[in-house]
Design a binder for this molecule. Sequence first.
Ligand SMILES: Cc1cc2nc3c(=O)[nH]c(=O)nc-3n(C[C@H](O)[C@H](O)[C@H](O)COP(=O)(O)O)c2cc1C
Length: 363
Amino acid sequence: LNEETATMANTLTRLYPWLTNPAIISAPMLGAATPALAANVTKAGDLGFIAGGTRLDTLEIALQETAKLTRTLNSHRKDTIPIGVGFQLFNSKPSTATAAFSKLAPAVAWLFAPAKAADLAEWARGIREATAGKTHIWVQIGTVAEARLAVELAEPEVLVVQGSDAGGHGLARSASVISLVPEVKDMLASIGRADLPILAAGGITDGRGVAAALALGAAGVVMGTRFLAASEAGIAAGWQNEITRLGDGGVSTTRSTLCDRLKETKGWPAWYDGRAAINKGHEDEKGGMTDDANVALYKDELKRGDSAWGSHGRMVTYAGTGVGLIHDVKPAAAIVKDVRSQARACLERVAETYGRGKAVSRL
Ligand SMILES: Cc1cc2nc3c(=O)[nH]c(=O)nc-3n(C[C@H](O)[C@H](O)[C@H](O)COP(=O)(O)O)c2cc1C
C-alpha cells in the first residue's frame, strides 16, 4: 500500500510539477470558484479549478483571467494554464470546451454528471483532440460502478471519488469516502489500474480529513465547502456567514432536490440531488407546502439579500457535512497551507502512536 500511495503521489507531481504533496485541490463550483480563487490555490502549490459553465464567452474570459493571474508561476508546464476547468456534462456541450481550449488550454478538464455514461468518451476524446493531449481529463464519480465505467470510457489521468458528505450536487445514492475510496481502489487493482491517482472529495474540510483520506489510499483531496469560506469565493456574504456559523453538518445539512426546484434549475439527471443547509424551505416542504408556494416565497426572499440566509430563511446554502469544522474566512492560500500542515502533523502523530515499533503496536 505504501508503494502504491507513493506511486500515485509521484504521478501527480510528474503530471503537475508545481503540486505539493499531499494535493489539496479546490473544486469547480459555478460562480463560487472565481479565477482568483483557482489561481491562488495553484500558486500555493496545489491546483485550483473554475467551473466551465455553459457559455463560451464567459469561459474564454475566465481562462484569460486565470492565465494572467498565474503568469508569474515558473514551475509549471508552459503549454497549459496551471488551473483546471470543471464541466457538468448534462447541461454543457463539448464544443464549448473544445472551442475555448483550442485557444487557451487548461492543465485539466474535469468531467462530472453525464446524462449518459457514453458522453464521457465523447468529451474526453474531443478535449484531447482539441488540445493535442495537453489538457488532461479528470472524472468525478460517486460509485464503484461509475468509477469502472469512467476508467473504461474516458481513460482519465486522475479519478475524483466523491462521497455522500459532499456539498453541492452528487449522486442521491452513494457512500461516504470512508468506504468508497478503498472499494474504488480495490476495483482499480482488480483491473490492473492500481497506479491511477485518486482524490477523495466530500466532507473534508481540515487536515484531519486529509490525513484520513491518505490513509484510505487517496493521493490527495478535493475540497469544495472549505473554499466557500475563502476570501476569494464569489458567493454572497449571507451564504459565507452560514458556512462559518453552521455546525453538526449531519443534521444541519441534507441531501434533496428542493434547491434545484426553488432555483428552477432544470436538467439534472434524476439520480442526482444536492447537499445544502436545512432551512424554512425544507421545513415547509416537509409540512406539505407545494413547490409553487415554496418557489414564490423563495423568490420573495431573494429581494432581502444577505439577511435572507440562515435557518430562519429560504436561501440556498450548498454545504457539505464538514461545514461544522469551518470557523473563519481566510485567503485560499492560507487555507491550503493550514490544512496541509495540520494533515502532516496528524499523520506524524498517528505514526508515532501506531507506527511499526511504537508502543501501541507492541500491546
Ligand atoms: C457550492 C458548490 C458548487 C459545486 N459545483 C460543482 C460543479 O459545478 N461541478 C462539479 O463537478 N462539482 C461541483 N461541486 C461538488 C464538488 O466538486 C465536490 O465534490 C464537493 O464540493 C466536495 O465536498 P465538500 O463540499 O464537502 O468539500 C460543488 C460543490 C459546492 C459546495
